[in-house]
Design a protein around this ligand. Structure first.
Ligand code: GLN
Length: 493
């Protein structure tokens, strides 16, 4: 078996047993990137020298029998909206930051280093994480490894595609309204959005601060658990980070949750859901029933009707405020052909931001402006509270909520770029989790007839990632989806 075919958990054991070195693992990952990424384009930058240097350092520790961390020698990719002080740029896939080098590491990047992970590169995304297809990147779109004509989902499409194509076993993404779970579904990997406050966002470039959360991608539930373990925990530098103890996510992973009551919101199976996705998700639910789970119909009335509208008001309002800092003075690119200071601000932003970012800044500024604030922003906050209450009510009677992660499998490149609303509807099942600040995961649950992966979304209450992972694992044990590799990998030299 090739090193790149190993899951992170297996790789970690093999590295400890010195079956191969961390340097060999890094080289295998770099070789896979060299072989595949011309077609997939998951990476914005690859730090081969740095990765090999770090791997050699880990090998020394392992050889000396010193503790080398939870992820000792495992190659990891990081979404390019997280700061790295390793000399690689942090671009957020935006021209306005093009070439900007962060002066410090994000908390999660520090954690990766402390746990011995080898960061090999930074992955592509929709500009400032705004989008559902990774087509909004200023540096070109990422392709879906299962079908290069299709999108990998977004905004963490680079991270999802890199894991799916086995260029790295693990990657970090960020999820504001679905940006980990939706690309995980479309690329056939596991992607988990932790509870708001579980993972520090220190050094994550802010999009919508009341929704943003960092989380793991892996090919298996255990791999996602491993990366969550390495990155979760309190950090005083992010005031929203919660000083709640981090459980051992791997310890009880194989223990099924029994009895298990699964809430099925009727709103998640209604109009707009592709029939094939419905069929595949129903099959997964039947597998849970065979495992003894009890199905309970629940209702999330406010989520179904208003979540997308509330999300796109809250997220754009916060984005318009967060993105005010890109003025051509503090960060990144400055226009060179301006008349005066105001003109310099304007031209820097007009030239630096892409269309979707401009659309969001304008929508957000409008929703926050005098006279509209009450009608839009304040109302959206009230709806948000109702959505949270829908979930709280549901969790009184069920342990988790399940449904499709995305209403369709991967769509074609260009199919939704001209229609922002169609693109926004890709998030119809994922945004409410962020509005309610709770945890959610997408696990592979099968394929459409065209061979495109489908994701099952599982949602649980705040700070119950341990149970969430166990519930996901119960199903994964019954299936072999994680063993399938996408066609792009098959053309092996
Ligand atoms: N697709 C959603 C959006 O465009 C979610 C993005 C995200 O989670 N970062 O806002």
């Amino acid at each position: 078996m090739a090193i790149t075919d190993l899951t992170a958990c297996r790789m970690r054991e093999a590295l400890r047993r010195r079956e191969f070195s961390a340097l060999e693992a890094a080289d295998a990952s770099l070789a896979a990137i060299a072989r595949l990424d011309g077609r997939v384009r998951a990476f914005l930058s690859v730090d081969a020298d740095g990765a090999r240097r770090r791997a050699a350092g880990i090998d020394k520790r392992l050889a000396a029998g010193e503790p080398a961390g939870l992820l000792a020698g495992v190659p990891v990719a990081v979404k390019d909206n997280m700061c790295t002080a390793d000399g690689q740029a942090t671009t957020c896939a935006s021209r306005i930051l093009g070439g900007w080098r962060a002066p410090y590491d994000a908390h999660v990047v520090e954690r990766l280093a402390a746990e011995g992970a080898v960061v090999v590169g930074k992955t592509n995304l929709d500009e400032f994480a705004m989008g559902s297809s990774t087509e909004n990147s200023a540096f070109g779109a990422t392709r879906n490894p299962w079908d290069l004509e299709r999108v990998p989902g977004g905004s963490s499409g680079g991270s999802a595609a890199a894991v799916a194509a086995r260029m790295v076993p693990l990657a970090l993404g960020s999820d504001t309204g679905g940006s980990i779970r939706q690309p995980a579904a479309l690329c056939g990997v596991v992607g988990l959005k932790p509870t708001y406050g579980r993972v520090s966002r220190y050094g994550l470039v802010a999009f919508a601060s009341s929704l943003d959360q960092i989380g793991p991608f892996g090919r298996t539930v255990a791999d996602a658990a491993l990366l969550l373990q390495a990155t979760a925990g309190h950090d005083p530098r992010d005031s929203t980070s919660v000083p709640e103890a981090v459980p051992d996510y791997l310890a009880a992973l194989e223990e099924p949750v029994r009895p298990l009551r699964i809430g099925l919101p009727k709103e998640f199976f209604g109009a707009g859901l592709d029939p094939e996705v419905r069929r595949v998700v129903r099959d997964a639910l039947a597998a849970y029933e065979r495992l003894g789970a009890q199905m309970v119909e629940v209702s999330l009335p406010h989520s179904a009707e208003y979540a997308i509208a509330a999300y796109y008001i809250v997220a754009t309002s916060e984005a318009s405020s967060n993105l005010a800092r890109y003025d051509g003075v503090h960060y990144g690119r400055r226009s060179s052909d301006h008349a005066d200071m105001i003109d310099m601000y304007m031209r820097s932003r007009v030239q630096g931001f892409g269309d979707e970012v401009k659309r969001r800044v304008m929508l957000g500024a409008y929703a926050l402006s005098a006279g509209y604030y009450e009608a839009y922003y304040k109302k959206a906050l009230r709806v948000r509270r109702l959505i949270r209450r829908d979930f709280q009510d549901a969790f009184k009677t069920v342990d988790c909520i399940m449904g499709p992660t995305s209403p369709t499998a991967a769509f074609r490149q260009g199919e939704r770029t001209a229609d922002p609303l169609a693109m926004y509807l890709s998030d119809v099942y994922t945004v409410s989790c962020n509005l309610a600040a709770i945890a959610g995961v997408s696990v592979p649950c099968g394929f459409t007839r065209a061979g495109l992966p489908v994701g099952l979304q599982i949602i649980t209450d705040v700070f119950t990632e341990d149970r969430l992972l166990r519930i996901a694992r119960m199903y994964e044990r019954e299936t072999a989806w994680a063993d399938r590799s996408p066609p792009v990998c098959e053309a092996r030299p």
